[in-house]
Design a protein around this ligand. Structure first.
Ligand SMILES: [Cu+2]
Length: 144
């Protein structure tokens, strides 16, 4: 029995060390239309902890998710899912992430994710007007 006990101890230690920071999975659904309008991420705003995961679910077809150039924190890795892909990504770098649906960016299909405590969001000058409008609505609804 003794060798087995030792082996369990070796593998249990890292699990215990990680326990206080249980990472969450936040689900986002992608819609052609919802009661909030056309081309929608639901929700379109999330504040999450560093190390949490986003899961993008294609509730309706023809959507993806990608980082917007100039709207991810310094040091963060850009990402882009395939159309209709059930896609997960873990965000570890704190800061504000602007995300878009590649085919519907011009129609304002965007969302904002704040990782950690930071609250600022800078909107790049070259965003489509409808993306700017939706970001402003998101920020207004968050009191920013
Ligand atoms: Cu879309």
């Amino acid at each position: 029995m003794k060798p087995l006990f030792l082996a369990l101890s070796v593998f249990a230690a890292p699990l215990l060390a990680a326990a206080p920071t249980l990472a969450e999975v936040h689900e986002v659904r992608m819609y052609n239309r919802s009661d909030r309008g056309a081309m929608i991420y639901e929700p379109d705003f999330l504040r999450i902890a560093p190390g949490d995961t986003l899961r993008f679910i294609p509730a309706q077809p023809s959507h993806n998710v990608a980082t917007i150039d100039g709207m991810i924190p310094e040091g963060a890795t850009p990402f882009k899912s395939k159309i209709n892909e059930d896609f997960t990504v873990t965000l570890s770098t704190p800061g504000t992430y602007g995300l878009k649906c590649s085919p519907h960016f011009a129609m304002g299909m965007v969302m904002l994710v704040m990782v950690g405590e930071e609250g600022a969001a800078d909107l790049p000058a070259d965003l489509p007007k409808r993306a700017v409008d939706r970001f402003k609505a998101i920020l207004a609804s968050q009191g920013g």
